[in-house]
Design a protein around this ligand. Sequence first.
Ligand SMILES: NC(=O)C1=CN([C@@H]2O[C@H](COP(=O)(O)OP(=O)(O)OC[C@H]3O[C@@H](n4cnc5c(N)ncnc54)[C@H](OP(=O)(O)O)[C@@H]3O)[C@@H](O)[C@H]2O)C=CC1
Ligand SMILES: C[C@H]1O[C@H](OP(=O)(O)OP(=O)(O)OC[C@H]2O[C@@H](n3cnc4c(=O)[nH]c(N)nc43)[C@H](O)[C@@H]2O)[C@@H](O)[C@@H](O)C1=O
Length: 307
Amino acid sequence: MQPDERIFVAGHRGLVGAAILRQLKTEGFKNLIFRSSRELDLRDRRAVEAFFEQEQPAYVFLAAAKVGGILANNRYPAEFICDNLHIQTNVIDAAYRGGVKKLLFLGSSCIYPKYAPQPIKEESLLTGPLEPTNEWYAVAKIAGIKMSQAYRRQYGFNAISLMPTNLYGPGDNFDFKTSHVLPALIRKFHEAKVACAPEVVVWGSGTPRREFLHVDDLADAAIFLMRHYNEGEIINVGTGKDITIADLARLIKEIVDYSGEIVFDTSKPDGTPRKLLDTTKLTQLGWQPKIDLRGGIASTYKWFLEN
Ligand SMILES: NC(=O)C1=CN([C@@H]2O[C@H](COP(=O)(O)OP(=O)(O)OC[C@H]3O[C@@H](n4cnc5c(N)ncnc54)[C@H](OP(=O)(O)O)[C@@H]3O)[C@@H](O)[C@H]2O)C=CC1
Ligand SMILES: C[C@H]1O[C@H](OP(=O)(O)OP(=O)(O)OC[C@H]2O[C@@H](n3cnc4c(=O)[nH]c(N)nc43)[C@H](O)[C@@H]2O)[C@@H](O)[C@@H](O)C1=O
């Protein structure tokens, strides 16, 4: 990628898209193209085709998707599968037909089989039943990976697919109904502290384990792989370390400096028991994450307070 080449960041207002845009600007890329969903609904095939004809980007980071936490996925399966199939199908096809040099697609660690051997290797994909709470989203994501691989095989289109672990950071979604666990707990502990509430409710048993990568590390990995990775096989992006939800809650409680109790609402789903990624492939390519979890949560809490 040359500094003056046209780069389209789809989903630039989201957690991942905003981080990729920030990093591209930091690295001196001048020709950045982006549209909000109001300006360009990526579910609208004709609008997407017209956009690619008009803007002719050379590179595409596809970070636009219908995304949510365990409850949102469980509650709105039709929207999660339909929106994501439309968005990714339209963008991948129009990018190929529009002469895009390279496209980066984002899978997710939650699309691996529920009981995949840990840490999860890339070849585990499609080797077992999915986690029921987000299988709709997972099937859409898997279709995006397969479509990227099919366009490489039939047309020689250079599409690559990353498999990020759970992400967090500035610009995250803090809405209780649709967010992921880490931003939800930052907001819960903060609001409980301000309100002097006696307890904070954490969903599930607290026993599931999750791996958390700061979104600025993910953005750095995405640009690194856009530069250096040109294969169709998926590639895991994670930290190689996970933590129980209970320990995450205790860590956030400490960082927010909340002094009340933590209670577990076991009527809420736990989801996948564990999904730690094997990041050997990415490490061998020469990439390492830089942001530790405690520091990353502290800076995210600071961002939350300022926004
Ligand atoms: N968050 C996480 O923990 C993880 C995320 N990922 C993947 O990263 C990608 C981005 O996720 P994340 O940044 O968290 O998601 P966000 O919800 O933060 O951002 C999603 C973005 O997609 C855009 N978007 C949604 N629908 C449309 C549409 N119909 N047309 C155009 N744009 C649309 C939104 O644009 P607007 O704001 O303008 O409406 C929004 O900016 C996804 O592919 C997700 O699967 C993978 C692993 C973990
Ligand atoms: C990121 C990736 O993975 C996502 O799956 P997930 O990791 O299971 O999502 P989650 O962050 O919502 O939950 C993680 C754990 O945390 C517990 N938990 C406790 N208390 C709260 C809480 O207050 N909110 C939430 N959301 N979870 C909570 C919750 O019960 C669960 O055990 C996919 O949805 C999909 O989006 C995807 O791509």
